[in-house]
Ligand binder design. Structure first.
Ligand code: SAM
Length: 285
């Protein structure tokens, strides 16, 4: 008998991955958590039936959410990760020795516990002594801070369910307030391809543009996300993501990556015309 995980990407499109075994399944206070093993993608985590990460392609998402801003900001000392309960974003952040303190605010402790047990490849970052985990709603948590962080990474689920508040104008305004005078925020910005995802992406973009003086979008190819074409938002108080990229400083750290490199950093901000048009439509609106 064959066992398949299927995620509906639109009313008429589904992605299916053959499953070897269901390793974990639980209904937490916030969402349904499942972890499967598979031949093609290794172990993978889904929340409420939506793909969060697979062992095979998570490096793309996690490298791109972390190394792009880290190659721009000259000195991140204190960082905040909002969501990110699988640990992949933190794993990439702890590779930077200059970072002194990393706060993680994750709404669902069960995600962290399940990932610690079944996905050590990503959860290993949590073991670093600079990492402090708070179990709280990111929307509430970030309200408390003024000029506290150099970098905020919004590694959230999609704009419905527990992640909904992390796409609001209030949230982005509070992230702005919580960042120091040269702070950067990067968020997972959804996909431009299917109309429902594109609408969510435009809504988020409009709100970020209204909150930050510099707001650019970059892309990556993530095979297991809807359409495989994914965007990130780079919002900043001071540094431009291309003019501010310091290749020599980044290379001097000797961080080995599988996806990110300094050429790709530049190329990732060169967007297809249809994506530029979607963004422009809401930038002036
Ligand atoms: N890379 C993933 C993606 O885009 O598919 C995101 C992965 S990470 C597992 C997302 C995390 O955000 C989840 O663990 C979820 O519990 C957390 N989350 C959702 N809403 C949240 C909120 N309001 N505050 C803090 N964490 C939240």
């Amino acid at each position: 008998m064959e066992l398949w995980f299927t995620e509906k990407h639109t009313e008429h499109v589904k992605l299916s991955i053959q499953v070897d075994e269901q390793l974990y399944s639980s209904q937490s206070e916030f969402q349904r958590i499942d972890i499967f093993s598979s031949k093609e993608f290794g172990k993978f985590l889904t929340l409420d039936g939506y793909m969060m990460l697979t062992e095979k392609d998570e490096f793309i998402y996690h490298e791109m959410i972390v190394h792009v801003p880290m190659a721009v900001h000259p000195c991140v000392k204190k960082a905040l990760v909002i969501g990110g309960g699988d640990g992949g974003t933190v794993r990439e952040l702890v590779r930077y020795l200059e970072i002194e303190h990393i706060d993680v605010v994750e709404i669902d402790e069960e995600v962290v516990e399940a990932c610690r047990r079944y996905l050590p490849q990503t959860a290993c970052g949590f073991a670093d002594e600079r990492v402090h985990i708070y179990y709280d709603d990111g929307l509430k948590f970030v309200r408390k801070f003024v000029e506290e962080y150099d970098l905020i990474l919004v590694d959230s689920t999609d704009p419905f369910g527990p992640g909904e508040g992390l796409f609001t104008k209030e949230f982005y305004g509070n992230c702005y307030k919580a960042l120091r005078a040269d702070g950067i925020m990067v968020n997972q910005h959804e996909s431009p391809f299917y109309p429902n995802d594109a609408t969510a992406m435009q809504r988020a973009h409009k709100r970020i543009v209204e909150s930050f003086p510099i707001s650019k979008v970059y892309q990556a190819h993530i095979p297991t996300y809807p359409s495989g074409h994914w965007l990130f938002g780079f919002a900043s108080k001071k540094y431009h993501p291309l003019d501010g990229q310091d290749v020599a400083r980044w290379k001097a750290r000797g961080i080995k990556t599988r996806y990110y490199n300094e050429q790709l950093h530049k190329g990732a901000f060169a967007l297809p015309n249809y994506v530029e048009e979607l963004l422009e439509k809401v930038e002036g609106a």
